[in-house]
Design a binder for this molecule. Structure first.
Ligand code: ATP
Length: 487
């Protein structure tokens, strides 16, 4: 990470706190590691991102419907899904600093300091060893490259161990450590709530394969390396969609969703060069294909969303563990046999994105410190969030130029009309320049000013956040104009 980018990242984190977007959780008790709270504008922005995703997945796709499953699920769910046995990361501890590292992160961080060829060689050896779960080999690699702990500066490492990332808790009044029966997990992903409801949804919504089920909701992971603001959290939110297809068509659907999801990101006006695909070479045994859509965060290109072709693994596992048939009868005619395709366990292509990561992508792309040349030759500056207008927490600020001459009354009446349509903000205090700056800092795309001319001709000045240009327009045009721009 370049120092410059790190400064930029720190500035974004500070700005997010100062302007009511993101606060450390329980801050009065010094915070809780990798847990965050969203403030007034943060919760609004987060909701807008969620709504935009939800609308694009459900309302705009006749073949996708939503669910809202519980966070707690029957414990067998996580045995069937493989999370009890496999949802763990290889970890290593430094004996001197007592700091625990995820092995891949430790090696990746070391690779960043190497010349490109050497780094590639190291990472590809690491990938091969990880794919084979060869922990002795990985430990040898760490020793061979003399990788040191960033805190103690020593290479005094423990053996590599697995660490399960699921949070456990107990059901019922009496909790006891030995009582395996009562153990429930906080879900580490939302997807399983979709798989276990496959037949409920397919039957009640009368869906025909291919179709999808979408869900947004909280997920919990006891992440080890959790020090990148809202990029990696212990409690976070996912937006997932599982698309169920006829076996044999998954390749086509995988390509379809890969393109569709990138287009969704681009539809927000974020420059294309900020995104790239990263195709996975290390695949789970059941997976057919998988890739990440990576975004250029201030901490570098990192995973924002995953697209995975998962075969019939999940539904088959639930079928086996629940002993209930989870199949679909396809009465379309197979041209090869002239008969219906019949019963099968559908294959799944999933798209999975972290809402908080998307929030960070939007915020970091939007954040800009700008210098504004003034007429007298000096410079002014502003911090502005160029948030896409459709996602902005506040769409329109309504500002009377002064607190007298009846201007606040006119502004209030505009506010009353506009807030039925979109989120508005009213403010009388301070100079108009200061009020504009505050609106820039929270990403409000439009401000209107009510002045003395308004009383004569029912027009107001509208000021555009990105260009800072202003124009006059009739009050009667305001709602229409803003709605057009946030569509
Ligand atoms: P990573 O490699 O970064 O740990 P992952 O491959 O484990 O992510 P998935 O299990 O595919 O992630 O989860 C889907 C999406 O959920 C990710 O693309 C990411 O946007 C989001 N996500 C996963 N873990 C976290 C987390 N700890 N905090 C915030 N978002 C997360």
């Amino acid at each position: 990470m370049a120092t410059n980018d790190n400064n930029n990242f720190q500035a974004i984190i500070a700005h997010a706190k100062e302007y009511g977007f993101v606060f450390p959780s329980s801050e009065i008790y010094d915070g809780l590691s990798a847990v965050y709270d969203y403030g007034p504008w943060g919760s609004e922005l987060k909701k807008n991102i969620r709504d935009y995703w939800w609308k694009s997945m459900t309302q705009l796709h006749e073949d996708i419907v939503g669910v809202d499953a519980a966070i707690f699920m029957h414990p067998t769910t996580w045995k069937a899904s493989g999370h009890v046995d496999n949802f763990s990361d290889p970890m290593i501890d430094n004996k001197d600093s007592k700091k625990r590292y995820r092995v891949d992160h430790l090696i990746e961080a070391h690779a960043e300091g190497l010349p490109p060829k050497e780094a590639d060689a190291l990472l590809s050896t690491m990938d091969q060893l990880l794919a084979k779960d060869d922990y002795n080999g990985l430990k040898k690699l760490i020793d061979e490259y003399k990788i040191k702990c960033a805190i103690s500066g020593t290479s005094n490492w423990t053996e590599i161990r697995q660490f399960n990332l699921m949070f456990k808790t107990e059901f019922g009044a009496i909790a006891s450590d030995n009582d395996e029966e009562n153990i429930v997990y906080l879900r580490p992903e939302t997807a399983q709530g979709i798989f276990v409801n496959f037949l409920n949804v397919q039957k009640t919504a009368r869906m025909k394969v291919p179709f999808g089920i979408a869900q947004t909701g909280k997920a919990f992971r006891n992440e080890i390396v959790a020090r990148q603001f809202i990029f990696r959290m212990r409690e976070f939110e996912q937006m997932e969609m599982q698309f169920f297809v006829r076996p044999g068509t998954e390749g086509k659907w995988y390509q379809h969703w890969k393109t569709e999801r990138l287009n969704w990101h681009l539809s927000l006006g974020i420059p294309a060069e900020k995104f790239r695909y990263h195709d996975h070479t290390k695949l789970a045994h059941y997976a057919k294909e998988a890739c990440d859509i990576e975004f250029e965060f201030p901490i570098g290109f990192k995973e924002l969303e995953g697209i995975h072709s998962r075969s019939d693994y999940d539904l088959s596992q639930h079928q086996q563990y629940s002993k209930k048939k989870i199949q679909y009868y396809d009465n379309d005619i197979d041209p090869a046999t002239g008969k219906p395709y019949g019963n099968y366990v559908p294959y799944v292509v999933e798209t999975s994105i972290g809402l908080d990561r998307m929030f960070l992508a939007i915020l970091s792309n939007a954040y800009q410190e700008e210098t504004i040349p003034k007429e007298d030759g000096t410079n002014d500056s502003r911090v502005v969030l160029h948030i896409p207008p459709k996602l902005a927490p506040v769409k329109l600020a309504i500002l009377p130029l002064t607190r007298k001459d009846g201007l606040p009354e006119i502004a209030r009446s505009i506010m009353n009309d506009c807030r039925q349509e979109f989120y508005c903000f009213y403010e009388e205090k301070d100079t108009i320049g200061k009020r504009y700056r505050r609106m820039d800092a929270i990403g409000t795309p439009f401000c209107i000013t009510v002045d003395h001319q308004t009383k004569d001709d029912h027009t107001v000045t509208i000021r555009y956040r990105d260009t800072m240009t202003q124009e006059r327009l009739p009050i009667s045009r305001v709602i229409e104009l803003v709605k057009e721009k946030i569509r």
